[in-house]
Design a protein around this ligand. Sequence first.
Ligand code: SF4
Ligand code: SF4
Ligand code: SF4
Length: 187
Amino acid sequence: MAKYGMSVDLTSCVACDACVVVCKMENSVPNDYTRDWTEQIVKGNYPNLRADLFSNRCQHCANAPCVSACPTEASYVKDGLVLVDRNKCVGCEQCIAACPYGARYLHPDSYVDKCTFCDHRLGTGHDPACVEICPTNSLVFGDMDDPKSKLSKILKERKYRTLKPMLGTVPKYFLLESITEPEEIKL
Ligand code: SF4
Ligand code: SF4
Ligand code: SF4
């Protein structure tokens, strides 16, 4: 069994959106929808402000409210990936309402879609499309159950946080912070 996760480096992501564009191509995401996006979080008080720029997507939560909310078991977990079985999805949007990260959308073909960590690439020797395209190598994907994976190593070495930890969703998308981060910010 594997437990896949991903990290984004807040010290190097420049919100260039290359990961957003390549994801749309890789996964045939329709116009006006997206599986990933970029965000900015501003910290501090004027005039001492700092902005964290980062790429964001489904957090592949270990305790995923979208999976519990799904009445047809179309949303499920495999190897730590939170996925959607299009054939079982009835488009009721309960999972969209349950996701606190805004990670899901209703596809025009009436099923719910979201980031899969490009599960179709597993075993092909390729990382997810967004990871491969990133010009600053800000994204790292890997098996958290494998201590030799790049992700496991980076999570040991670097300080990180997750988004909305107070909700108990246990995200597997990690925001790598600067070693000199002055304080822990709870978002
Ligand atoms: S491609 Fe890399 S640098 Fe650009 S927004 Fe995505 S993660 Fe950030
Ligand atoms: S981020 Fe949203 S869609 Fe993704 S696993 Fe968590 S609750 Fe589900
Ligand atoms: S892992 Fe794949 S599906 Fe997820 S944001 Fe990256 S390119 Fe899109």
